[in-house]
Design a protein around this ligand. Sequence first.
Ligand code: SAM
Length: 221
Amino acid sequence: DVLSAIAGVDVFLKDLFVGDDEHLKSALDRIDENGLPPASVSPSQGKFLYVLAKIANARNILEIGTLGGYSTIAMARAVGSNGHVITLEYEPKHAEIAKESIERAGLADIVDVRIGAALESLPKIKEEGLAPFDLVFIDADKENNVEYISWAVELSRPGAVVVVDNIIWNGAVLDEKSEDPNAIGARDALLALSADDRLETTVLQTVSWKGWDGFAVAVVK
Ligand code: SAM
């Protein structure tokens, strides 16, 4: 069927454009072994974030939602040895496993994993003068997407890129009556992005072995 064909193509693309990447694979293995949810971006999506960070010439990246550090590693590889990535994670266990994988990937000097609710960490990042960021990747609790988008703009320079993951949620965004907080979070994020005149935004639907979803990609005016 179509879904298994899509999954097959995704594996083919991963083999062609990501390959056997020791540290990315090890990050996924550690997520699996430790019972963390299988919620990392797919290999091709991780490569998308890496390529986007390179296009943006990003030196300072903010990530909201670390999990096991898979997307963190992908992006941290793009910023160069003088670059920085701050990644925010609520669950101490996730942060711990991410730190180990980031360390193994040789990126410990570049990446700062901050434990706590992102809405508490974000004002501190501002106070500490760690902004502006060149790229912000939003991929945490979808209920707070709208606030994260607002923070992303506040902490970014003009021309910065803001990416929001899981913006289509298997098409559930069309269902105005959905009670699924993830679907509501995705829909609210689309509406907020569309209404935000500080941003120019496009949304790309994606298919992968994880199903049907999408990324919002915005540039700060
Ligand atoms: N970006 C990761 C990747 O692609 O490798 C996946 C992140 S996963 C989809 C979402 C993560 O956000 C989980 O690890 C979850 O614990 C974390 N999270 C949930 N609520 C949060 C909050 N309020 N603040 C920070 N992180 C949160």
